[in-house]
Each structure stands twice: as structure tokens, then as C-alpha cells.
Design a protein around this ligand. Structure first.
Ligand code: GLN
Length: 549
């Protein structure tokens, strides 16, 4: 019998329900359970694919091409749970499905209502993850208890517990225990109110995870337990992690949250908890031997979540090299004004991530030119590859007006252009080249050496491609097409063999990096940036970095 864990939040948003869910998933998985993860987002967009990164942060892409919430990135970085488009639902997606069924006459003339039709649809979505090989499904409900738009989800999970039996479900509620400076004490009242809100709609939490900046005294834990009707041992303090998000599961492990959950759900834990690799990873992070600065030129650099997985991947690469990766976030529009030499002064490598629209493009191209001409390690991702192609066409091949048709419809040299099947699309949602595609790597190329294999599968999210009509001219001038689709028709990776490290890819490798197994391209890019930094100074360190730390 599959067991269910529902993770809800109260008091304020942004408490880290995603990290909490992922950390619980990680511990249970390491105790031998087969875990699946899922998130419900209560907004009306059908998926985050059409939302601005300012609104929503990064759009996290899965193998099957689903455009999902960035919390699914945490799920993948912390667990091995396979994710697909059934792992992220929004209210828009749920309603769309119900309304489509209504139009097809599937409700046989009945009045279609939130209860039972929307709630049934939500319950079906939970059940989609239930298969005989799954021990636990962890379902995270976005938003905060009491939000009007979240109501159908809370009602659905209340019903779900009745359907499958309360003993098969566990309600985990994440709250905040704020510290009031003026009073000099922690306050439990917001948690009490939040749980009251839950109980009003028929949900009694089994486990309370209390986020706090200070240690919660025993008397307060007892008070929370008493007023919220939960066992004392089920009130778990979660102190803010100042150092890294990867500490969260260790905090839960110390408090034996895995055993508590197993006891409450009647789960048999078949393996001892082995997390030495995770501890070792954090140790390396805590004690860096070197430091390296990456210039990160993008459009949404002010928004921390807009490139979440790219920042995480840089951290993962830093862990391998036992180095602190400092990211200097540079607004591409500002770079165009300041000039590359000033904006990139002191950086050891340049990363240009993905993006859309023409804003800030010239700044990115200028930064890439600087990296190419000055031997600065460069890593381009998606739009980063397209900008590198434009830069090379303009400044090396001599096609001064080369551009992408995304930025200039009238360019005489469309070195990056729209794929044919994208030409006549009118719908925006889910219509890009999305999800996992194979890529063949050229033997001996930097990309192939980094991966250590000839064929790789990476995730995509883009509409434009390098224009094949210009490939010969670009190649003749020294640009190497080091990765293509198996039929050779789509450019997947480019590099400059004469440059210390200049590699760009059309895919998004950041979606496949984990803290304990960094993505090979990020690893090599950060390695090259370290060599660039120390190569000039210290031969001993340089040698060590060349052979790999
Ligand atoms: N805007 C470009 C395209 O659609 C790049 C997309 C991206 O970087 N994700 O092809």
C-alpha cells in the first residue's frame, strides 16, 4: 500500500516547503523506500512556461519537456525520484482538464462544481503517481493555508485521507516561529493560528516543522504541541541554515525525522541511514582551498531565483574543485554601457545563460567578444550559444550585421533563425523545442572530453537554432561544431579549439547537475576558470588543477 505525505505551509510564504519536501524525500529514499514527488501550484497559469522570471523564477524543464516549478529542481537534486509532467499541476492545468471533459460531455449533464469535480481531478492527479513499485508519494501544496486559491487542494487532500484511510497519510505543516526583537522572545501564536486554520478545514497536522532563527526553548515546543494538538516529539525545530540549503536534510537526520515519519505511517525502513557522501560534500563546501570569480552576464541577475539551477550547478562544480565559486552578477544592459573590460575586470571566467528577447543582447555579445579575444574561459548556455555564434560571425567571419531573427527580423545574415516547425505557431505555451534530446559529440572535442562519452541526452527549451546555411563559413573561420543532433541537422555544441576553454551548448545542462555529481561541463568550466586564475600566479596550484583536485 502506497503511503502519502502532504506538505503544507502556514504563516508566511517562502519558508522552503520545496526544500523540506525534497529533504524528507531524500532521507526516506536513503532508508530504502521508493519515493515519488509532486507539487501543486494554486495559480491559474497552465504552467510557469509563459511566466516572467521576475514573477516566478526559473522554469525547470523535465526530460519529457514539462515546464515546471523550480521546486522540482530541489526534488531532482536531493532525490532520485523520477519526475514527469504528472509531478507538477497548477490550478490552470486542473481546470483546463475539467473544462475539456465538460465540453466533451463526460459529466453527463451534471452541474460541474469545485466539489466534487475539481477536487476529484486533484485526487486523480495524486493517484497518477501511485503504482505498485512506489512506497511513498510526497505531495507539496504551494501557497499558504487560508489562501482562497489554495482551498480546493486542502479540501482534496482532506478527502484523499478519508478515501485511502488516515493511517496511510501524513500531514506535515511548515510554519514560522518568529523572533520579536522588542519582546526579546520567540512567538508561537502565528503557528497556533496557522494550525487552527488547517483544523477548521478538517486537517489535523501530524508533524509540525517550525522554521526559526533562534533555538526554540522546550517550553515553547510543549506549548506548540499542546495548542496545536500534535505530539511533542512531532514538533520539529528547523533553524535557519545560514551556510547552505544542502544542510536541511542533515538537520532532519539529526532529529530522526525519517524514523518519526516511518513510525507514524507504519513504514518499514530496510536500510540504515547512510549520508556520509552528503556530509563530505558539505565539508568540502565549508573548507574551500581556492576561490574563483565567475562573471555572470544575464538579464534577470537581480532576481535570485531566475537562474536558480545555473547558480546551483556552479556551486556543485566548486565542490568538486573544493573551491568557492563567487558569482559576479552583471546586468547585460549595464555591461553594454560600461564596456566589457570594466564590467569583467577581475573575473576568472564568463558564463552567459539562457534568455529570451532582444533586451541586453548587445551586452552579452560584447562580453563574449572580450572572453574570446582575451583567453577568458567562456561557457554559453542556450541563448549563450546563440550570442557566441552571432559574435563569431560578426567579428571573425566579418558579417557585421549578423544576428538572430529573434532580435532582428531584417538581418541580412540570420546566423541564428527559427526552426521551420516554429514558424507558424500562434500558441505560446509548451510549443518550444522542449525536453530531452540526444546529441552526438565530436571525438576529441572539449565537450566530448568533459562528458567522457560520445552521445549525451540533455534538456532543451528554445525556439531558435544555428542556421545551417552559415555552418561552412563559421567552421572555415575556426568555429568547431562539437555537438549535433544524431542526423547532423541541429547544432548542439560549439567551441573554439584555439582558446583555453570556450564552449557553448544549445541545451540546459544545469537541469542535470547534482551536488554530489556535478555536471561535467560546469565542472570543466570552473576548472578552466581556476586554471586561468592561478595559472598566472602559482605553478604548484596550476598543476594540481590541471590534473584535477
Ligand atoms: N531565445 C532563444 C530561443 O528561443 C534562447 C532560449 C533559451 O535560452 N532558453 O531559441
Amino acid at each position: 500500500m502506497t503511503k502519502h505525505i502532504f506538505v503544507t505551509g502556514g504563516v508566511v510564504s517562502s519558508l522552503g516547503k520545496g526544500l523540506t519536501s525534497a529533504s524528507i524525500g531524500m532521507l526516506l529514499e536513503r532508508r530504502g523506500l521508493r519515493v515519488r514527488m509532486q507539487k501543486f501550484d494554486p495559480y491559474l497559469n497552465v504552467d510557469p512556461g509563459t511566466m516572467s522570471p521576475y514573477q516566478h523564477g526559473e522554469v525547470y524543464v523535465l526530460d519529457d519537456g514539462a515546464e515546471t516549478d523550480l521546486d522540482l529542481g530541489h526534488y531532482e537534486r536531493f532525490t532520485h525520484a523520477p519526475l514527469n509532467r504528472d509531478c507538477n499541476y497548477t490550478t490552470g492545468k486542473i481546470y483546463l482538464s475539467v473544462i475539456e471533459k465538460e465540453r466533451q460531455g463526460k459529466y453527463k449533464g451534471k452541474t460541474v462544481q469545485v466539489i466534487p469535480h475539481i477536487t476529484n481531478e486533484i485526487k486523480n492527479c495524486i493517484n497518477k503517481l501511485v503504482t505498485p513499485d512506489v512506497d511513498v508519494v510526497i505531495t507539496e501544496i504551494g501557497g499558504t493555508v487560508g489562501d482562497i486559491e489554495g482551498m480546493p487542494y486542502f479540501e482534496a487532500i482532506r478527502q484523499f485521507a478519508l478515501d485511502v484511510g488516515k493511517s496511510n497519510c501524513l500531514f506535515v505543516h511548515l510554519t514560522l516561529v518568529p523572533y520579536l526583537k522588542a519582546a526579546g522572545e520567540l512567538k508561537t501564536k502565528p503557528t497556533q493560528h496557522s494550525v487552527m486554520e488547517l483544523r477548521k478545514i478538517g486537517i489535523q497536522p501530524d508533524l509540525l516543522i517550525c522554521r526559526t532563527e533562534k533555538e526554540i526553548p522546550e517550553s515553547d515546543c510543549e506549548k506548540i504541541a499542546l495548542f496545536c494538538n500534535v505530539e511533542r516529539r512531532a514538533v520539529i525545530e528547523e533553524k535557519d541554515k545560514e551556510f547552505s540549503i544542502y544542510e536541511v536534510p542533515l538537520g532532519f537526520a539529526d532529529k530522526k525525522v525519517d524514523e518519526l515519519i516511518a513510525a507514524k505511517l507504519g513504514l518499514v525502513l530496510t536500510q540504515p541511514l547512510v549520508i556520509e557522501d552528503w556530509r563530505a560534500m558539505l565539508d568540502r563546501m565549508r573548507h574551500p582551498l581556492h576561490e574563483v570569480t565567475i562573471g555572470f552576464v544575464g538579464k534577470y541577475v537581480k532576481h535570485r531565483d531566475a537562474y536558480k539551477s545555473v547558480y546551483e550547478s556552479l556551486d556543485h562544480a566548486g565542490i568538486t574543485h573544493q573551491s568557492k565559486v563567487r558569482v559576479l552578477r552583471i546586468d547585460s544592459e549595464k555591461l553594454a554601457v560600461d564596456g566589457a573590460p570594466k564590467a569583467l575586470a577581475g573575473v576568472d571566467g564568463l558564463l552567459v545563460p539562457g534568455g529570451f528577447d532582444s533586451r541586453g543582447i548587445e551586452g552579452k555579445i560584447e562580453a563574449i567578444r572580450f572572453a574570446r579575444e582575451n583567453g577568458l574561459p567562456f561557457f554559453g548556455i542556450c541563448l549563450g550559444l546563440q550570442c557566441a555564434t552571432i559574435e563569431f560571425a560578426r567579428n571573425v567571419v566579418g558579417l557585421a550585421e549578423a544576428n538572430s531573427t529573434e532580435f532582428s527580423k531584417a538581418t541580412p545574415h540570420p546566423v541564428v533563425c527559427l526552426m521551420e516547425e516554429q514558424e507558424n505557431l500562434t500558441h505560446l505555451g509548451g510549443t518550444q523545442r522542449l525536453g530531452s534530446y540526444p546529441c552526438l559529440l565530436t571525438a576529441g572535442s572539449r565537450a566530448q572530453q568533459a562528458y567522457g562519452t560520445d552521445i549525451v541526452y540533455e534538456r532543451h527549451r528554445h525556439r531558435y537554432e544555428v542556421n545551417n546555411a552559415y555552418r561552412d563559413r563559421l567552421a572555415a573561420a575556426g568555429l568547431r561544431f562539437s555537438g549535433t543532433s544524431p542526423d547532423g541537422l541541429l547544432v548542439e555544441a560549439i567551441e573554439l579549439p584555439t582558446h583555453p576553454w570556450f564552449v557553448a551548448v544549445q541545451c540546459h545542462p544545469e537541469f542535470k547537475s547534482k551536488p554530489t555529481s556535478p555536471h561535467p561541463l560546469f565542472r570543466e568550466f570552473v576548472g578552466a576558470s581556476l586554471r586561468n586564475r592561478f595559472g598566472k600566479k602559482d605553478e604548484a596550484i596550476r598543476t594540481r588543477l590541471t590534473v584535477g583536485v
